[in-house]
Write a protein that binds this ligand. Structure first.
Ligand code: GLN
Length: 492
């Protein structure tokens, strides 16, 4: 079969179970595509071919023995922020260029237990700070829809790998949009779960009160399969919730769009930087949902203007604390020939971290310093609570809230936006993390340059099933999620 990369996760699952093809064939097929096409896309930091083939053989044996799960033998790519035992885990940083994790992240371990085959580790902005994946020590990843554009970030490698059919699905993480925005830029579906739904154990920390792992794939159905693996309480992560998980695949038809109340925040559609094509595509998708029986309700989210300043205080504050562990002593990059301890710290950190990471450590350290702590950090925490309350009030009258995932489509590689311009691009995603809510991106068409546009749906706490289900219904009625970038049409 030459078109194995065109199959959905359900088709892969059924094909493997029915012995239409083996996991080895499937894995070799993907490895060949990566070898041929990833020189252009540059989505992988590390390809784990040997281990993947061994896992594929074990999967084939399990399928024969009748001990397979729904996903046994299906390949996956992991964002290089998830620790993988015996395999380099870099978080896109020179600081961790030599880091081989002694253990697996819970998400990775669960994937192994489910029989997933790891193709490799995919690129990302350094320590997940960024919106283009250009902040990676390993260089920029290209957007498969137009190789001169970025795939978004920070989970840009995950998005680009899927959009070029170099992996059928992938893990991502979302601290302020890093699943939803690259999914939007690459025409994919991506789910940011409620804070606490997916274990953060072994997921390299950026801003711990905001970080959350989640699935990225072509469709809500594909995401549901991965969500079934990723979700659940973990004793190793004290912030993961002891709450029953849904069967996200079984629930794909659990919510009907008929009667669904979709909130349309007035403030969101008046944002200065909102691109006209993005706005038009999002509005068309809402019209389609309305045709399918949803009711559109105009709502107020009065805190919109506070999103960017609040996130860009809290996230850097937590980052400055989390990243203090990279001191050149315990592990990671160490500067050569230090003259004394202070020189070792200073040079290891200034040589090991890139410019954006250093900027955020400085902002965060400043915001947390004595004398400024109350004025900045404490105040931001208070505003954070107001943002959360704003959402909770909205959910009294609507079931989900609609928004663009990003104000624009994918930027050009090297566009070199100023930090503030870049941060303003996060306006639609970061409040969800500040509130700890779940949200999903679904592809809803293209702009005039044939770059994908995404619709974001934000749900109330623990409504992952509902979000996946609504997008699944939409995807049954439309075909945006089936569109392929030209490079994905190529065969290896
Ligand atoms: N673009 C945002 C940032 O740079 C979000 C990143 C993320 O979600 N990891 O912080």
């Amino acid at each position: 079969m030459t078109d194995l990369h065109r199959l959905s996760i359900r088709e892969l699952s059924e094909g493997l179970a029915g012995a239409k093809f083996s996991s080895r064939e499937l894995t070799e097929h993907y490895l060949k595509r990566i070898a041929k096409l990833d020189t252009q896309v540059k989505s992988y930091v590390t390809v784990t071919a040997e281990q993947a083939l061994a896992q594929a053989d074990a999967a084939d044996a399990a399928i024969k023995a009748g001990t397979a799960t729904a996903l046994t033998g299906v390949p996956i790519a992991h964002k290089d922020i998830f620790c993988t035992q015996g395999i380099k885990t870099t978080a896109g940083s020179k600081m961790l260029d030599n880091f081989i994790s002694p253990y697996d992240a819970t998400v990775v371990a669960k994937g192994k237990t489910a029989g997933l085959v790891t193709l490799g580790k995919v690129n990302m902005d350094e320590f997940a700070m960024g919106s283009t994946s250009e902040n990676s020590f390993y260089g920029a990843t290209a957007n498969p829809w137009n190789l001169g554009h970025v795939p978004g970030g920070s989970s840009g490698g995950s998005a680009a790998a899927i959009a070029a059919d170099l992996a059928p699905f992938a893990t991502g993480t979302d601290t302020g949009g890093s699943i939803r925005q690259p999914a939007s830029f690459c025409g994919l579906t991506g789910l940011k779960p409620s804070y606490g739904r997916v274990s953060r154990f072994g997921m390299i920390a950026y801003a711990s009160s905001l970080d959350q792992g989640g699935p990225m794939a072509r469709s809500a159905e594909d995401c549901a399969y991965l969500m079934n693996v990723m979700a659940g309480h973990d004793a190793k992560d004290s912030t993961s919730v002891e709450k029953d998980v849904d069967d996200y695949v079984a629930n794909l038809n659990g919510t009907t769009v008929k009667g669904l109340r979709i909130g349309i925040p007035k403030q969101y559609f008046n944002v200065a930087g909102l691109d006209a094509d993005v706005k038009a595509r999002v509005e068309e998708s809402l019209k389609k949902l309305e045709e399918m029986g949803a009711t559109l309700v105009e709502i107020d989210l009065n805190m919109t203007e506070a999103y960017v300043p609040t996130y860009y205080l809290i996230a850097p504050a937590e980052a400055s604390s989390n990243l203090s562990r990279y001191d050149g002593v315990r592990y990671g990059y160490r500067a050569e020939n230090p003259v004394d301890l202070m020189d070792l710290y200073k040079r290891s950190r200034s040589e090991g971290f890139g410019a954006e990471v250093q900027r955020r450590i400085l902002i965060g350290t400043y915001a947390l310093s004595a004398g400024y702590y109350d004025a900045y950090y404490v105040k931001a925490q208070k505003v954070r609570r107001l943002i959360q309350q704003d959402f909770l009030k909205a959910f009294e009258s609507v079931d989900v809230i609609a928004a663009p995932a990003a104000p624009t489509t994918a930027y050009k590689i090297g566009a070199n936006l100023s930090p503030v311009e870049m941060y303003l691009g996060d306006i639609y995603t970061i409040a969800v993390n500040l509130a700890g809510l779940p949200a999903i991106n679904a592809p809803v068409g293209f702009d005039k340059d044939n770059l994908p546009v995404g619709l974001q749906l934000i749900g109330n706490y623990w409504s992952e099933s509902q979000l996946l289900s609504v997008v699944h219904q939409y995807q049954q009625a439309t075909d945006w999620h089936t569109k392929r970038a030209a490079i994905a049409e190529e065969n290896a």
